[in-house]
Ligand binder design. Structure first.
Ligand code: ADP
Length: 411
């Protein structure tokens, strides 16, 4: 008889500049199973009216609890969340001492981390040293860590980096063709993001396709508000579309994706905009929104169906750019076993998947229209019987991946 490791209650924290998301997961390491116990989000931290939305989950049943009050900082946000987790109505544990470990999403690990790690002073220093590479994300991520350390002083905190999955990318793929000293002195290189999502869906795909991940070549296509695509060779990421920042790659909801870098100088010269204003436009007013004024794919499809030509153009540009990356990564990998679609658009948008995969029969990629149009929240194959490459839709679960990393790190 195998001895079962006791189940482990893991709190996942994803701290943003004015928000804090959390999820409490009961992991059963030996049974490779888990239960999500509760989740929540604290928004508008630091503003006059903050809001906590907490979901208590038992089996198929969810109960929602909302608290609105001023929430001055992440410390207060975390105290409120802990209060919800132990509340007599909203709670799912009787005391916070039932939590065994905390897993933190950290966006930028630079070149310091190629695995998740137990947080100590050196890890915190490295997260701080990477502030210049992720000025909007790493500072609140570290705040989340420090708040958790003070609230749960006796349990381990583990950092899980968005960038770690991409640390296997070879130098020829992560370098930019700039003076080499920019890499040496200023760490200018491709880092990649969405690593926990690409890792989760590629591991799931190996189980679904029933081939060991060490023998499997995949292209994972994460299409949400942010979009990134990965080439994964025998379980190791060898290229990804996002770059030094999450602005690069395919066009996204509001981000440009790849553009000619000389456009910035040109616009500074011929408009009244300065570099900072353009950076804001490239991040928040471009992509789908820049082309048609909308960034929610559902709205864009409705508008295109009503004859809105800009919406139609935005859809065509988006599908074209994703298709180009898939083609490039087929060339990078030489042979591909599977293409995996995930995230909001990848999981739900039948039409966009069809547009992306159209005319790819020459690359051995063919989807089955009726399988593709099935609506489901389960992982599913959508390729045709004659497709050489399998095409799957696999819902992502970044929180579960972080919880798995926590368990792996501690056992
Ligand atoms: P985030 O990157 O913020 O986590 P998501 O993964 O939730 O984003 O994806 C958000 C995107 O998914 C939005 O563009 C949204 O319109 C799109 N989306 C969600 N559901 C559907 C749907 N049923 N059909 C088309 N697009 C959808």
């Amino acid at each position: 008889m195998t001895v079962q490791k006791e189940s482990m209650i893991v709190l996942i924290i994803n701290a943003g500049s004015s928000s804090l998301k959390y999820q409490l997961i009961n992991m059963h390491p030996d049974a490779h199973d888990h239960d999500v116990m509760a989740s929540g989000v604290v928004e508008r931290i630091g503003e006059s009216q903050g809001k906590l939305t907490h979901k208590k989950i038992s089996g198929q049943k969810n109960a929602k609890f909302i608290k609105e009050q001023q929430i001055n900082d992440h410390g207060i946000a975390m105290h409120l969340a802990a209060g919800m987790l132990t509340d007599k109505d909203a709670g799912v544990i009787s005391t916070i001492n039932e939590i065994d470990a905390v897993g933190h999403r950290v966006v930028q690990g630079g070149e310091n981390f190629n695995a998740s790690i137990l947080i100590d002073d050196d890890v915190k220093k490295a997260i701080r040293d990477n502030y210049p590479l992720a000025p909007l994300h790493n500072p609140p991520n570290l705040t989340g860590i420090e708040v958790a350390e003070s609230l749960f002083p006796s349990i381990p905190n583990i950092a899980v980096f968005d960038t770690e999955f991409h640390q296997t990318i070879p130098q020829k793929a992560f370098m930019y063709a700039l003076p080499y000293e920019f890499y040496e002195k200023f760490r200018v290189r491709r880092y990649g993001f969405h690593g926990t999502s690409h890792k989760f869906v590629s591991n799931s795909a190996a189980d679904l396709i029933k081939i060991n991940k060490e023998e499997l070549n995949l292209i994972t296509v994460h299409l949400g508000n942010g979009c990134s695509i990965c080439a994964i060779e025998k379980g190791r990421c060898v290229d990804t579309s996002m770059g030094m920042t999450p602005l690069a790659g395919v066009m996204m909801g509001t981000r440009t994706g790849d553009i000619d870098p000389a456009i910035q100088k040109y616009l500074i010269e011929y408009t009244n905009l300065n570099a900072e204003e353009l950076d804001n436009i490239f991040n928040k007013k471009s992509g789908l929104k820049g082309i048609c004024g909308m960034n929610d794919m559902r709205d864009i499809h409705s508008a295109a169906n009503r004859g809105n030509e800009r919406a139609q153009l935005a859809l065509e540009m988006f599908a074209y750019q994703v298709k180009k990356y898939i083609g490039a990564y087929v060339a990078v990998l030489g042979s591909v076993d599977g293409i995996i679609f995930t995230a909001g658009i990848g999981e739900n948008d039948t039409v966009t998947r069809e547009m992306i995969c159209s005319n790819l029969t020459g690359l051995g990629i063919e989807i089955d229209p009726s399988r593709n149009s099935e609506v489901s929240s389960e992982p599913r194959a959508i390729h045709s019987g004659s497709s050489k490459v399998q095409v799957w839709v696999v819902p992502t679960n970044e929180e579960l991946q972080i919880a798995r990393e926590v368990v792996n790190c501690l056992y």
